[in-house]
Ligand binder design. Structure first.
Ligand SMILES: [Mg+2]
Length: 416
């Protein structure tokens, strides 16, 4: 047996507080992220790090079940690993794409540590020293612990964006919408554009809009400095139809998340910019492969955030570092966190960008004390229903949605 074979997989759920509960079209992150931290150990004693989300829930049992499949698998045999745990037909029964992603991160981390090189060097080499990020603005509830304020009105949103820009240097602002009526969100978005005349903008209502609402919203922002209109309506056929009415690039992280969908989008161009997510696509390497297809076929790429602590953020930085055709600022929820589970605390933004780690592997180290502390917090609080809004008990949206939150109501829901 080779020394770089997997001997153990450990998974630990953690809860790390956010500055406030942040809202999206399907519900909210209830003032915290639940993430599962994965440690893959090899026979020769290397430990690689991975991370996965899971909609507010612990994923550790799924990783424990994978240990039997992967014990004895050489971490350098990544293509074989894909078939060992998630080939496309077996996955019809047990889709493990996101689990595979976390294990792939850990294997790449081990490969880098073993060879003494950063992950980006294994993936073609870095083309940039840092990756620029967008401010990723959410409507949010006032947080009873942090005292950090509500974001509901145009004025509150602009104040929040000004604070984030002052603290981190963002030059691109993404508004996560699909919460309040489109006319209210349009007012908010235009207020942002007016407040930062030199900056660029993007709006993402998570496919909550009807075609009619999306046409109105799109026409209402055509004069602004938009990067793109992200998932305004659900599905490639409807995105295609929307393009006949508005003059904006369309982006998605929702309906092009695998290679079959990418092929469909080449046959019938519904989407102009593909947001690559290292978890949704099953790892950093599938994202690079998809970016290559996009480069050839003339589609733009950006880096998507499905929520991250420092391990996942490192995967986004290594991805962003090696993509020649990355022409947009990346997304991250990261600055909404109050802490991280890596040594040295949270990575810092400089002029809106985060430096690409240059240490061996992913270039980050797990802080054991923080892992224990936030695992204890997970055990205290448990999961949260990511697709429910604590301010609207019993509510869930249809697509398209017509039952919006009330922008006149300042709610202070219980978050536990
Ligand atoms: Mg999105």
């Amino acid at each position: 047996m080779s020394s770089t074979t997997i001997s153990a997989i450990r998974a630990t759920p953690v809860t790390v507080p956010l500055e406030a509960a942040i809202l999206h079209s399907n519900g909210a992150h209830w003032g915290r992220f639940v993430r599962t931290i994965v440690e893959v150990e090899t026979a020769d004693g290397y430990v690689g790090l991975g991370e996965m989300g899971g909609g507010g829930e612990d994923a550790s049992r799924q990783f424990a079940a994978l240990a039997e499949y992967l014990r004895g698998h050489d971490v350098f045999r990544l293509e074989a690993m894909r078939y060992a745990i998630c080939n496309p037909t077996a996955s019809l029964y047990n889709n493990r794409t996101q689990l595979h992603a976390a294990i792939e991160f850990a294997c790449l981390d081990i490969m880098g540590k073993k060879l003494g090189v950063p992950v980006h060097a294994l993936l073609g080499g870095k083309l940039r020293e840092s990756v620029e990020f967008a401010s990723y603005l959410f409507f949010r509830y006032d947080h009873p612990d942090s005292g950090l304020g509500e974001v509901r009105t145009p004025h509150q949103l602009v104040e929040h964006a000004q604070a984030l820009k002052a603290g981190h240097g963002f030059r691109v602002h993404k508004l996560k919408g699909g919460v309040y009526p489109p006319a209210h969100e349009l007012e908010c978005y235009r207020a942002l554009a007016a407040a930062f005349p030199q900056d660029r903008f993007r709006y993402d209502p998570n496919s909550a809009l009807s075609l009619a609402d999306a046409i109105d919203f799109g026409r209402g922002i055509e004069d602004l400095r938009n990067d793109y209109f992200e998932d305004p309506v659900w599905g490639m056929p409807q995105l295609s139809r929307l393009k006949e009415f508005i003059n904006l690039p369309i982006a998605t992280n929702t309906v092009v998340v695998n290679f079959e969908q990418l092929a469909s989008n080449i046959d019938n161009r519904s989407v102009d910019v593909i947001l690559l997510d290292t978890t949704f696509w099953g790892g950093i390497r599938p994202c690079i492969k998809a970016a290559g297809v996009c480069e050839t076929m003339g589609m733009g790429v950006a880096v998507h955030s499905s929520g991250e602590l420092g391990i996942q953020l490192a995967t986004m930085l290594h991805l962003g570092a090696v993509l020649p055709n990355l022409s947009y600022a990346a997304d991250a929820h990261y600055h909404h966190l109050t802490d991280d589970i890596i040594e040295g605390g949270k990575m810092t933004y400089r002029d809106g960008a985060i430096a690409v780690p240059d240490g061996p592997g992913l270039g980050i180290t797990l802080d054991r004390e923080k892992l224990a502390r936030y695992h204890a917090l997970y055990r205290e609080l448990g999961g949260y229903p990511y697709d429910r809004d604590p301010g609207r008990p019993g509510w869930y949206p249809l697509i398209p949605n017509h039952d919006w939150a009330d922008p006149a109501a300042s709610l202070k829901p219980r978050l536990r």
